[in-house]
Design a protein around this ligand. Structure first.
Ligand code: UD1
Ligand code: CA
Length: 458
């Protein structure tokens, strides 16, 4: 006997006013439906069945790579009818957990508890007490406080409307029981729908209904409009921010951080305003992230400082590095420890060795740069001939003068110096000076200037 999770996602979501199905709208960068699927996966469900209707093609193509089955509900005749469409795909011996594609923040612990000890011919039901129960199905209990039935808002009388305990819609029951109950429901109600909630009265008179509550109301909040989507987004972001602060991270303003992915963050990290985290990001201890930084799929090593308005995407940044302000670190960049990237520097598919610097205005792409290299202002690796990409190699200790172009494929040897404004088209041997402002020359016996004492400078 396994667990089948049925996720209802066939509704139109007309209040979203969107050509995209409601359940594909994101919370924290991830479709609401995916949040629900991920919660189901954490329960080690044997199968996940999504009931789709409106926008089924979009839902299907979104789910294409996932181990999720789809049941079509061509016409939305009600939640009971929706569950009934999934049951033919479900193993009759299984337990069934009913979830909703537009209730994205449901947590695994709540669901795990709900799926324990489902009574034979009974239902485990998730309910919640709301200050304003308007719109929800009300939980009707008898004098012994046993759940008897659910009455929908539109079918409720004056007394029933005063009840604050409402149906979240989330429930667990045995597939075989749901199958027989759903055969017997009708649509003689205010909305002319086949209500899943009508199974509650049936279960109550058979094996019983056990009601439990989620740890937090947020878990069962649904989204019907873009305003509700935005509100839930902020609530969710604030929860993530609170978790980070509890872990020892300083957030200058917990309301101005957005985590759209997974952030693993060590203690004593400082994050300034308007930082966006995407994908999988790891930040080690002592790191400072300044305002308006976007970090995506990257690791930021200990004590590194990412300065304002920088973007880091697909990169491994070592310890004690400095990046930015206004830097763009693109995929497959690796900065070794103590590397320094200044303003208006772009890197891509590049390794910058320990202690190397590119302080201003440079493009370094498809390059392998050794240790203690200095890349001057305005240096460009010309990695692309219009068709192919080529590699630039800069060996340890080389000095690339400002406004130089390194036309790949090309290698700048160890401790070589490229004079400012040089277009390097041929490999430069170690220790050479290369300069091409007039004509490229290689001086094999060239000595680097030593430090001039102040009195000699006069
Ligand atoms: C439902 C419950 C109500 C509960 C509330 C919680 C019923 C009859 N009522 O009411 O007790 O308090 O949820 O939010 O179950 N859906 C389908 N196919 C359908 C109908 C609905 O997939 O034919 C999906 C919708 O996309 C939606 C969800 O089921 O995600 C709930 O449907 P909706 O019609 O919004 O039910 P409520 O009136 O909110
Ligand atoms: Ca609803």
């Amino acid at each position: 006997m396994g667990l089948s999770v049925v996720i209802l996602a066939a509704g139109k979501g007309s209040r979203m006013k969107s050509s995209m199905p409601k359940v594909l709208h994101p919370i924290a960068g991830k479709p609401m439906l995916q949040h629900v699927i991920d919660a189901a996966k954490q329960l080690a469900a044997e199968q996940i069945v999504v009931v789709a209707g409106h926008g089924i093609d979009q839902v299907r193509s979104y789910l294409v790579a996932q181990k999720v089955e789809i049941a079509e509900q061509a016409q939305q005749l009600g939640t009971g009818h929706a569950v009934d469409q999934a049951l033919p795909l479900v193993n009759a011996d299984n337990d069934v957990l009913v979830l909703y594609g537009d209730v994205p923040l449901i947590q695994k612990e709540t669901l795990f508890n709900l799926c324990q000890e489902i009574p034979a011919s009974g239902i485990n039901l998730l309910t919640v007490n709301l200050g304003n129960p308007q719109g929800y199905g009300r939980i009707i209990r008898d004098h012994k406080d046993q759940v008897m039935a659910i009455v929908e808002q539109k079918d409720a009388d004056q007394d029933q409307l005063l009840i604050n305990e409402v149906n979240t819609g989330i429930l667990a029951a045995k597939a075989s029981d749901l199958l027989s109950w759903l055969k017997n429901i009708d649509n003689n109600n205010a909305q002319g729908e086949y209500y899943l909630t009508d199974t509650i009265a049936m279960a109550a008179s058979e094996g019983g209904v056990v009601a439990s509550q989620p740890a937090s109301e947020i878990e069962v909040e649904g989204v019907n409009s873009r305003m509700q989507l935005a509100t839930l987004e902020r609530t969710y972001q604030l929860l993530q921010a609170e978790q980070l602060m509890a872990q020892g991270v300083t957030l200058i303003d917990p309301n101005r951080l957005d985590i759209r992915g997974e952030l693993e963050c060590a203690h004593d990290v400082l994050i300034d305003l308007n930082v966006i985290i995407e994908g999988l990001v790891k930040i080690e201890t002592g790191v400072q992230i300044d305002a308006n930084v976007i970090l995506k799929d990257c690791v930021i090593g200990q004590n590194t400082h990412i300065k304002a308005n920088s973007m880091v995407d697909g990169a491994l940044i070592g310890k004690d590095c400095q990046v930015g302000p206004f830097a763009r670190i693109r995929p497959n960049t690796e900065l070794k420890d103590e590397a320094f990237i200044g303003n208006f520097v772009e890197t891509k598919k590049t390794t910058l060795g320990k202690g190397s610097k590119a302080s201003h205005l440079a493009y370094i792409g498809d390059a392998s740069v050794g240790e203690n290299v200095n890349i001057g202002a305005g240096v460009i690796t010309c990695n692309y001939d219009g068709v192919n990409k080529f590699k630039t190699i800069v060996e340890d200790g080389a000095f690339i003068g400002s406004d130089s172009q390194l036309v790949a494929p090309v290698t700048i040897g160890k401790m070589a110096t490229v004079g400012a404004g040089t277009t390097v088209t041929k490999d430069v041997p170690a220790n050479n000076l290369v300069i091409s402002r007039v004509k490229q020359k290689h001086l094999s016996d060239w000595q680097r200037p030593g430090k001039i004492k102040t009195e000699e400078k006069q």
